[in-house]
Design a protein around this ligand. Structure first.
Ligand SMILES: C[S@@+](CC[C@H](N)C(=O)[O-])C[C@H]1O[C@@H](n2cnc3c(N)ncnc32)[C@H](O)[C@@H]1O
Length: 209
């Protein structure tokens, strides 16, 4: 069976060829800007940054972004873009969020379409809480609960999330001011040929002082 890392290592070379994905990323950036007061004083971590397109979209609005992803091929693509575009306020590192190497005191951690790929949500949320500075923000974009058709024959640890459940987990870690907003949906043709719309949420939370 392919590991998650292998799956994304294989996908990295063609990840940016999907025009709908690029459009969706621009929409994510717009939603993030409308949800949070971003400025050049903010140091951010993007969890599951892939090839870095969302970080590049947000680069103008933030002081520094570290992209983190467990796929070395995704990070390779991102680092190539950073160097080609001369973006010295962006950096990228290949690591699993659960690795102990990462240190930080980020003002913002954000993540798009990555959390449902992570097994140990309890561990990940504990880790994220520890990496956010007091008063800092967490922002998660992901799928609402679905029946597993989104990934079809390539199952993932979580078929989206129930907002009430995720809110309870975040609250349990110490986050406050937890809010959910429905954002855009992903229109997808399933393996059966059926076309389906998968709604997405954006969740924001604050690390209690
Ligand atoms: C569906 S992709 C989304 C990539 C990017 N956010 C985007 O929207 O294009 C999920 C990403 O999460 C990364 N990922 C999965 N589990 C991870 C973990 N435990 N730690 C860090 N990254 C992880 C994968 O390698 C993959 O690049």
């Amino acid at each position: 069976m392919k590991t998650v890392e292998n799956r994304f290592d294989i996908a990295a070379a063609t990840w940016d060829k999907h025009t709908e994905r690029a459009e969706r990323t621009r929409h994510f950036a717009k939603s993030i800007r409308s949800a949070l007061p971003l400025n050049k004083g903010v140091r951010a971590l993007e969890l599951g940054c892939g090839t870095g397109n969302l970080a590049i979209e947000l680069e103008d609005s933030l002081g520094y972004i570290l992209g983190l992803d467990s796929s070395k091929e995704m990070i390779k693509e991102f680092l190539l873009k950073i160097s080609r575009l001369g973006l010295d306020d962006l950096d990228a590192v290949c690591a699993d969020i659960m690795s102990n190497d990462l240190q930080g005191d980020f003002d913002l951690i954000y993540s798009a379409m990555a959390l449902h790929h992570m097994d140990d949500i309890d561990g990940v949320l504990t880790r994220l809480y520890s990496l956010i500075a007091p008063g800092g923000r967490l922002l998660i974009i992901d799928l609402f609960c679905e029946d597993g058709s989104f990934h079809g024959s390539n199952p993932v640890p979580h078929n989206g999330f129930n907002p009430d459940t995720l809110e309870g987990w975040l609250h349990g870690k110490g986050f406050s001011g937890i809010e959910f907003t429905a954002i855009n949906s992903i229109e997808k043709e399933l393996e059966s040929g059926e076309k389906r719309s998968f709604p997405l949420f954006m969740c924001t939370a604050t690390k209690t002082q």
